[in-house]
Design a protein around this ligand. Structure first.
Ligand code: ZN
Length: 133
């Protein structure tokens, strides 16, 4: 199943607290991968405010985790976040396959996991701007 382009273009936002939690979790899991789902505020569907942790997150294989647990169950879940133990926050081939299957917004954080080492992508792997609020 492919995700169609949004009709009114969404300007994604993420809360500073949620982004900090991503960095801290990625650091704590390093050198393994950290993986979670992204959830928005019910009243502001373009603002990522929460992480939904998946069982087996510490197993270190983000793609296996997503394969096992991703289901379109909850419309407040808009996409995924995972960490790269490397210094590249660009999507791998496996990431692109994942992005096309599930979710509208995907964040990748790379070592050393800070404001300067992350990126966001749409279902197609194109860069998306996410405003930190
Ligand atoms: Zn990846």
């Amino acid at each position: 199943m492919l995700w169609k382009k949004e009709k009114p273009k969404i300007t994604w936002k993420i809360t500073r607290g949620c982004l900090s939690l991503i960095f801290e979790s990625a650091k704590a899991t390093y050198p393994k991968e950290f993986a979670a789902l992204l959830r928005v505020y019910p009243e502001a569907k373009d603002t990522i405010s929460e992480l939904v942790l998946l069982p087996g997150t510490i197993s270190g294989d983000a793609h296996a985790i997503f394969r096992m647990h991703m289901r379109p169950i909850d419309f407040s879940i808009v996409g995924t976040i995972h960490s790269h133990p490397s210094t590249s926050w660009f999507p791998s081939r496996a990431d692109l396959q994942l992005f096309r299957k599930y979710g509208r917004i995907h964040i990748i954080v790379a070592y050393p996991f800070n404001e300067n080492t992350w990126g966001a992508y749409d279902y197609n792997g194109s860069s998306v701007e996410v405003k930190v609020i």
